[in-house]
Design a protein around this ligand. Structure first.
Ligand code: SAM
Length: 376
């Protein structure tokens, strides 16, 4: 396997989503993506054999961020588990949900959200419990045969590391030639590592549902208009001296958007993925995510509102990793200045042509089950 995991991680201290609840407030696109998984959550729960999972129904939410977008999926799962239990000979089953993310995640917002939001899956429930783990998805998080239902939305495109810089670009979908191959190899190694550990953690009859941010057959994520704009602004900042060339060179965002073929590869008979025999890809769907911010703009015609919303979305998801390598010699004020100038320029440009910069993210929905075979 190519280098895959946290020993070579992007950075131990690096957070991905912007903290202090900012991601929760600026992730409507991701929230929309989660809604496409709801019918598959019901299907997945129905496939789980209660006779094989012991006295507790354990759910893992891999890559929860600050929790807001997990509430509805987890509520849907809890409701369906109760329906399943009601049809069985069991009176009840305690349900635990463990949210996992990077150690640097904004965990206090996650707990505030899950424990106190009226929309939480905990609201009004007595037999449902929440936990959290800061162990990376590219490591084993739970003991073997522990999880009955795994859920993960918009997470596996975040790689364990930035495998190399991308000349003149920040977006892996824009990489070409050898650089592109290097990113593709890292994405393959990470997907294998992710599946390998999930296969270990899954109980017999367990189900794993992935709502993946992927790419079309040409390798485009659907957000290239926006990310090309961001790249152009960063290049302008280098030209006017706000950003040092060395800082720009290291700005590639550590995400990779897999094509349908790349997601499916470990499940193919000719794959060298050793745990392929333990997992089965039972459902695979591709769709283009509607742009909630553009839809709003088409209703109200407010380009400023569109630009503010999109700038918030971009900052929430990419600001921490984009600016993590600013020179150590900068003062905190100078760092903040670079970030602020970038955001202002982004917002001004977005307001000028909302349609041009709107995104149609490619989503891949995958329902994966544990096969009835022992793995080494
Ligand atoms: C775009 S957010 C998705 C959050 C949420 N599931 C949603 O649908 O809105 C991706 C999340 O994956 C997390 N993440 C990235 N790399 C990770 C890793 N190696 N291990 C665990 N979580 C990771 C990020 O910190 C972030 O919270």
């Amino acid at each position: 396997m190519t280098q895959s995991t946290e020993s070579v991680s992007v950075s131990r201290g690096e957070e991905h989503m912007l903290g202090h609840g900012f991601y929760n407030r600026h992730s409507h696109e991701q929230a929309k993506a989660n809604t496409y998984g709801l019918p598959l959550i019901v299907e997945a729960i129905n496939r789980i054999d209660l006779g094989q999972i012991g006295g507790e129904f354990r759910i893992a939410d891999y890559g929860s961020a600050q929790g807001q977008n997990s509430l509805l999926p987890m509520k849907t799962a809890v409701a369906q588990i109760k329906t399943l239990v009601a049809k069985s000979d069991r009176a009840t089953i305690p349900i635990s949900v463990t949210h996992t993310d990077l150690p640097t995640n904004d965990w206090s917002t996650l707990f505030q959200t899950v424990l106190f939001s009226p929309d939480s899956y905990l609201a009004g429930e007595r037999d449902v419990f929440c936990f959290a783990s800061g162990t990376s998805i590219y490591q084993q998080i739970f003991p073997p045969k522990h999880i009955a239902f795994g859920y993960s939305a918009i997470t596996e495109h975040w790689l364990s590391r930035r495998p190399c810089n991308i000349p003149d670009e920040i977006w892996s979908a824009r990489a070409t030639g050898e650089v592109r191959s290097t990113w593709a190899a890292q994405a393959k190694a990470d997907w294998h590592a992710f599946l390998q550990y999930r296969a270990l953690e899954m109980q017999p009859s367990a189900q794993l549902l992935i709502i993946g941010s992927g790419a079309d057959a040409q390798g485009n994520s659907g957000a290239e208009g926006l990310t090309d704009l961001a790249n152009h602004i960063l290049q302008q900042l280098v030209k006017d001296g706000t950003l040092y060339p060395k800082e720009y060179e290291e700005m590639a965002i550590p995400t990779y958007y897999r094509t349908a073929q790349e997601w499916k590869e470990p499940f193919m008979s000719d794959s060298n993925f050793p745990q392929g025999a333990a997992l089965s890809l039972d459902d695979f769907q591709e769709l283009a995510l509607p742009d909630v911010y553009l839809e709003q703009f088409q209703l109200d015609g407010d380009a400023q509102l569109f630009a503010e919303a999109y700038t918030g979305f971009f900052k929430a998801a990419y600001e921490p990793c984009l600016f993590v390598n600013l020179s150590d010699k900068r003062t905190p004020e100078s760092r903040q200045h670079v970030i602020d100038v970038f955001s202002q320029k982004l917002q001004v440009a977005l307001a000028q042509d909302p349609k041009k910069y709107s995104c149609r993210w490619v989503l891949h929905l995958m329902l994966i089950s544990k096969k009835e075979v022992e793995i080494a």
